[in-house]
Design a protein around this ligand. Structure first.
Ligand code: UT7
Length: 324
């Protein structure tokens, strides 16, 4: 008998305010046509003044609990992937615990920037397999609008705010790749690439939250190569390949990266969940948002084989193979 971390529920929340590309034309030397053609982004949701990452995360968590038919008492652990917490501490995860009125279990944040959800999912899987927790809520939640330099056209048009949540539950499996649940994970990072994507502020440097800085075209090159590689490694660990995949659910940073990765994996775009046009890059929130929207659209169905893959600041990147 093998223990598997199986998806029991999924949900998401997007802030009400939608900003179309054309809105940037008033303040920046940019155009809807440039943003669409270079990134695939058409619009993004931005948090209202005073709306925080934990508030988005709590709403996504409530949606996932409703989808799973569970209550907060049923959850043993909350892991939040985020790089834009409400406060330096406490963690967003403990704020979610409080927001849900959860009195049990434990909660903590994982910070791996855009790869944060993949890293959080791998952590949750490890905790379930080791018997530390039976049901884990894994959330990706971000308010990247708070770290944008709104005068930098190379970054501020690309990002958005939002949150997505997944509930994983320990279930018995057979050990074969026909089992539902997480089948393989692959995590990587390389700190030598810090300068390609970072925030120019922090607690122990200048005491400020800072702004996101990115050498977009350099990150692009790493992304195309490393995402296909990590997805391939994760699949290979359990004897699977691109041909077995029903859905790639990629980090939603750029449509050109998404399609180049799919091509390298020999998976047609009809089998890729794409939400980047409506959400922009929501960092750690993008994969759980895409999982939730993909389910709502009727794309992702029970039994489907999924690969999620993401890369972000660090650089940090990774992939998770799971059967829905
Ligand atoms: O989620 C974390 C990981 N992040 C990513 O995966 C992002 C990866 N990078 C990208 O998505 C792309 O590199 C971008 C969308 C950021 C940029 O696309 P690109 O094809 O790599 O363009 P580029 O950076 O090479 O810039 C091309 C030109 C430049 O002008 P010059 O130097 O050729 O005259 C930029 O100044 O486009 C210019 N540019 C813009 N023009 C209009 C940059 N931003 C804009 C803009 N509007 N918003």
């Amino acid at each position: 008998m093998t223990i598997r971390a199986v998806v029991r529920g999924v949900g998401h929340y997007l802030p009400e305010r939608v900003v179309e590309n054309a809105e940037f034309e008033a303040t920046l030397d940019t155009s809807d046509a440039w943003i669409r053609s270079r990134s695939g982004i058409e619009r993004r949701h931005l948090a209202a003044e005073g709306e925080t990452t934990s508030q988005l995360a709590i709403k996504a968590a409530e949606a996932a609990l409703a989808d799973a038919g569970l209550t907060p008492e049923d959850i043993d652990a909350v892991i939040v992937g985020t790089s834009t917490p409400d406060f330096t501490f406490p963690s967003v995860a403990t704020m979610v615990q409080a927001g849900l009125n959860m009195r049990n279990g434990f909660a903590f944040d994982v910070q791996a920037v855009c790869a944060g959800f993949v890293f959080a999912l791998a952590n949750a899987n490890g905790m379930i397999l080791s018997g530390q927790a039976k049901r884990v809520m894994v959330i990706g939640a971000e308010t990247f609008s708070r770290i944008m330099d709104w005068t930098d056209r190379g970054t501020c048009v690309l990002f958005g705010d939002g949150a997505g949540a997944l509930i994983l539950e320990a279930q018995d499996g057979t050990g074969s790749t026909e089992d539902r649940g997480i089948l393989a994970t692959d995590l990587n990072s390389d700190g030598r690439y810090r300068e390609l994507l970072y925030v120019d502020g922090g607690v122990s440097t200048n005491g400020q939250s800072g702004h996101l800085r990115m050498q977009g075209n350099q990150v692009f090159k790493h992304a195309v190569q490393k995402l296909a590689e990590t997805a391939h490694h994760a699949l290979e660990k359990v004897g699977l390949s691109g041909g077995d995949v029903d859905w790639i659910v990629p980090h939603q940073a750029n449509l050109r990266i998404i399609s180049a990765t799919a091509e390298r994996m020999q998976v047609p775009m009809e089998r890729v969940v794409v939400t980047v046009q409506d959400h922009g890059n929501t960092s750690a929130a993008s994969i759980p948002l895409a999982l939730s929207v993909g389910k709502q659209r009727g794309q992702i169905k029970p039994g489907d084989l999924l690969v999620t893959e993401a890369i972000g600041g660090g650089l940090a990147w990774g992939a998770v193979v799971l059967r829905w």
